[in-house]
Design a protein around this ligand. Structure first.
Ligand SMILES: Cc1cc2nc3c(=O)[nH]c(=O)nc-3n(C[C@H](O)[C@H](O)[C@H](O)COP(=O)(O)OP(=O)(O)OC[C@H]3O[C@@H](n4cnc5c(N)ncnc54)[C@H](O)[C@@H]3O)c2cc1C
Length: 380
């Protein structure tokens, strides 16, 4: 395993950093107020090939893989966790279609998805509890010529700006784990968007409901094999969703480290910069160590996905470790700023709010520990 970035990955990091500083940073304050995803920005990210970074060239992407995707999310997350969240779910929806869709679905949607011309929202969670996948109550009835879906999905990222959704539903009359996945196009009869949530952070990223009421879905829109719905959901969440959370955590920690060093050098107390005080240096050292440890876990997990190796222990560990590290690092950075850290003029309080959202999203950290712990401890 070699974590030395390739020339290509180095160039990608530089290009994304430049893009994030030039195109995203000027929008952050406005997004904090209006909490909307700037569609112009989505178009620009699509034109730059951001959405297709992990999609093979034959499907319209750049084929750079999951480690490159991690670097991209980290760099966007360094400037805006909200846009990084919106972007990582766009990549997840597109990636799921390419990885798991039928040949016809790939041919129809992939080039558009890779360029961000259309977006897919993966929709699994319901109010019955995201951790309890078997408790999902959206029902799919096989009506012979079509499927009829009824149910309500909650907390869906990009719900109100996506043209497609991948919906996980229970096959009516099937066994306990008999779920299927379905592709639904916006405008399908019986399919509509519900309420939009007001979150503590990730501003610039829309989260809302998708509602199906006797929604008629053509048979060719079955996504993957019938009865494979839970496996499809878990594959998408593992390879894309949880890795996305780790990537945003890295971005928030990198931003916290840079902000802490800058402030500590500029803030004068007792006639000297506070960077000379040992407790300030300790906090900065701890943020650095947490960031580097998280980076190692996350890059290793992304590398395993690129190698098409089993990765759920590493992905789950990277997700809970890095997101909890981000909670602590953003808090430490805020402490270094003293009262200034609590003021809206500085980004520190935003980093703390954004870090908290990483904990439940794409599987809570308790669930991550259960997956990793069970894999490691229980004899097969
Ligand atoms: C910002 C954001 C974006 C999201 N985007 C999407 C999206 O695009 N698509 C989508 O489908 N979902 C999305 N979600 C939903 C997310 O996947 C769920 O929040 C997550 O799965 C947890 O579900 P829950 O919030 O219902 O918590 P619950 O499952 O209700 O959990 C509540 C508590 O119980 C604990 N718990 C649950 N089960 C166990 C257990 N077996 N043992 C011990 N403790 C347990 C949990 O750790 C947690 O502390 C998003 C969530 C957020 C916050």
């Amino acid at each position: 395993m070699d974590f030395q970035p390739t020339v290509q990955q180095d160039l990608l990091r530089k290009a994304v950093r430049q893009f994030a500083e030039d195109e995203i940073a000027p929008l952050v304050n406005e997004m904090e107020i209006n909490d909307d995803t700037p569609l112009d920005l989505v178009g620009k990210m699509g034109d730059q090939g951001f959405l297709g970074v992990a999609i093979p060239a034959e499907y319209g992407g750049t084929g750079m893989g999951h480690l490159a995707r991690m670097i991209m999310i980290e760099e966007v997350g360094r400037i805006s966790a909200g846009i990084a969240m919106a972007l990582q779910v766009m990549q997840m929806g597109a990636g799921m279609v390419v990885d798991l869709g039928s040949a016809a679905q790939k041919a129809k949607y992939s080039p558009l998805l890779a360029q961000g011309k259309i977006l897919v929202a993966p929709a699994i969670t319901e109010s019955s509890g995201g951790s309890d996948l078997e408790g999902l109550s959206t029902r799919a009835v096989d009506e012979g010529e079509y499927y009829s879906l009824t149910g309500r999905k909650v907390f869906i990222t990009n719900s109100h700006i996506s043209e497609l959704a991948v919906i996980i539903a229970k096959n009516e009359g099937g066994a306990k784990r008999d779920f299927s996945a379905f592709l639904i196009e916006n405008g399908t009869e019986g399919f509509r968007r519900g309420r939009m949530e007001r979150k503590i952070g990730f501003h610039g990223c829309i989260t809302g409901e998708l509602i199906m009421e006797n929604c008629r879905i053509p048979k060719e829109n079955l996504f993957g094999d019938k009865g494979r719905g839970l496996a499809i959901a878990l594959r998408g969440i593992n390879d894309y969703g949880r890795m996305g959370m780790a990537g945003i955590a890295l971005g928030l920690m990198q931003a916290s480290l840079e902000a802490s060093v800058k402030f500590a050098r500029e803030r004068i107390l007792y006639g000297k910069p506070i960077s000379n005080l040992a407790p300030i240096q300790f906090k900065i050292a701890e943020i650095y160590a947490d960031l580097e440890a998280s980076r190692f876990l996350a890059y290793n997990a992304a590398w395993l996905i690129d190698q098409k190796k089993k990765s759920d222990t590493q992905v789950s560990s990277a997700k809970f470790f890095s997101t909890e590290a981000a909670l602590q690092c953003t808090r430490k950075a805020m402490d270094i700023y003293g009262a200034y850290g609590c003021m809206k003029d500085y980004p520190l309080e935003r980093y703390c709010r954004d870090a908290q959202l990483l904990v439940p999203a794409d599987g809570t950290n308790d669930i991550m520990r259960i997956i990793a712990g069970r894999n490691l401890a229980v004899k097969k």
